[in-house]
Design a protein around this ligand. Structure first.
Ligand code: PLP
Length: 498
């Protein structure tokens, strides 16, 4: 459904590039007003779109020219193609019934922050190339640190994603071993023992990817079993480390998770901390999803022990209404990050006694990401953000209560935050795995809502994540009704076939 017809939009016509230079300020203003109007309409009407894009693979590619235009086009025509070509191929992450993976959404202040950051186009590498970006990043990550009740030993650094934050944390942990890996690398060395990283079997694949990228190899990663609540077993962690030490390996890092991807389970950080401390290991906490919940007072108990972690990642782009991408690594040992990554060629040498962000990671230039988070925090305030997260968790508990009361459904994991893992287990139907997959596929194909799945104890499990800034009880009720209608239809079809 197209709610706007740009063809009829006189305001956008005849907007051709001048012979030299950029679009005129007058045209920019004209197009800018239209685009902001478009975004306002899009946000207001988001529920009229199918959540998952309904196009077939290659639909967009087959509708686009194979090579770039030789001559500039009327910007009106360019923008018209947003409606005609781009919108049908959009999966609407901002739809309140997007419950797959982790439900995330932007907010208006976040969009404005992103817009202004594009206008500044700052490359934060040296302080002098980006004083605002460098200093605002320090201030805003410190605000969030305080909101999350983390102590001031943690310094925040913004990266694009949690995968990259975790990569940097493990690189810093490895640098702390003082094995001259920076100078001599790892290959062709007889003097290096097998270095080991430990994480739970429920942790995110980004941990394994970091190990791959750092050249440690998959055999460096030990996946510790979890208990019936999908939490890392700290006793088994200790046993694995002790056995590895007896075998001459060097255990150097544990990645624990608060809010695992499949079930949002919480590893027992307070029990893992002493194991790390006794073995002089780095503890990195992956709170990419659930870190935002640390701002809610009643959830802070789930973060107990983080005060003794070495680093922690949280993604405001997941559950703090900040446009993708913005991930924060809180790190106690930024000196080690700097030792691992700083490399200053002559053309980047400066003499100010300042933070140069290029020293703390693989990228030279960084986007001005802090601006959008600053807008979000200032506009909603701590209280406003807490209330929104609380409401998401209330809705998750509400859905869990419906599931518990029903004979046809079962909860498959505890509901810690705003993610519900469940499955149809109706006594009247056979082959639950196939049934649950079918229900999910039907709902997703309908465009009414988007759910995703995981496997828990080998059982096909549906995941419903609640995190959209506009989500209301009616949206959760709608999915619950859809699930029950589809289940009923399946039961009827199966009994008719008998
Ligand atoms: N860690 C956890 C627990 C996650 O759930 C995810 C993604 O969902 C990630 C890390 C990776 O996040 P990103 O896409 O920011 O790399």
């Amino acid at each position: 459904m197209y709610f706007m017809q740009p063809e009829e939009n006189e305001n956008l016509k005849n907007m051709f590039a001048p012979k030299t230079g950029d679009m005129s300020a007058e045209d920019f203003r004209r197009a800018g007003h239209e685009i902001i109007d478009w975004i306002a309409d899009y946000s207001q009407n988001i529920e009229s779109f199918p959540v998952l894009s309904q196009v077939e693979p290659n639909w967009l590619k087959s509708n686009l020219p194979q090579s770039a235009p030789d001559h500039g086009e009327d910007f009106a025509a360019v923008f018209r193609d947003i409606d005609k070509l781009i919108l049908p191929a959009v999966t609407h992450w901002n739809h309140p019934n997007f419950h797959g993976l982790f439900s995330t959404s932007v907010s208006a202040p976040g969009i404005f922050g992103e817009l202004l950051s594009a206008a500044f186009d700052m490359k934060a590498m040296l302080w002098r190339t980006s004083p605002a970006s460098t200093e605002l990043e320090e201030v805003v990550t410190d605000w969030l640190r305080q909101m999350m009740n983390l102590d001031d030993g943690f310094k925040g650094i913004i990266y694009d994603t949690a995968s990259v934050s975790t990569l940097h944390a493990i690189a810093a942990a490895r640098e702390g071993l003082s094995l001259k890996i920076r100078e001599n690398g790892m290959s062709g060395r007889d003097d290096l023992p097998l270095l080991r990283v430990y994480t739970s079997e429920q942790s995110h694949s980004s941990v394994e990817k970091a190990v791959l990228l750092l050249g440690l190899g998959q055999k460096s990663l030990v996946k510790i079993p979890t208990n019936e609540r999908f939490e890392m077993d700290a006793g088994k962690l200790r046993e694995a480390i002790e056995a590895d030490k007896r075998d001459g390996c060097v255990p150097f890092c544990v990645v624990a998770t608060i809010g695992t991807t499949s079930t949002a389970s919480v590893d027992p950080i307070a029990e893992i901390v002493p194991v790390c401390e006794e073995n002089a290991m780095w503890l990195h906490v992956d709170a990419a999803y659930a870190g935002s919940a640390a701002i809610v007072p009643e959830f802070q108990k789930l973060f107990k022990g983080c005060e003794r972690a070495d680093s922690l990642v949280t993604n405001p782009h997941k559950w703090l209404f900040t446009p993708f991408d913005l991930s924060i690594l809180y790190c106690r040992h930024t000196d080690l990050l700097k030792r691992a990554f700083s490399l200053v060629p002559e053309y980047l040498k400066t003499d100010e006694a300042v933070t140069n962000q290029m020293d703390y990671g693989i990228q030279l230039g960084r986007r001005f990401r802090a601006l959008k988070l600053w807008f979000v925090i200032r506009y909603f305030g701590r209280d406003g953000l807490i209330e929104r997260l609380r409401e998401h968790c209330r809705l998750a508990q509400l859905l869990a209560s419906w599931i518990e009361k029903s004979e046809d459904w079962e909860l498959v994991a505890p509901v810690n935050f705003a993610l519900v893992c469940f499955r149809a287990s109706s006594k009247t139907i056979e082959n639950f795995d196939a049934l649950n997959e079918k229900l999910m596929n039907e709902i997703n194909a309908s465009g009414e809502a988007y759910l995703s799945h995981t496997k828990l104890n080998d059982k096909y499990t549906l995941r419903l994540s609640i995190g959209n800034i506009r989500v209301e009880e009616r949206h959760i009720k709608k999915v619950w009704n859809l699930l029950n209608e589809k289940l009923q239809a399946e039961a009827t079809a199966q009994s008719a076939a008998l």
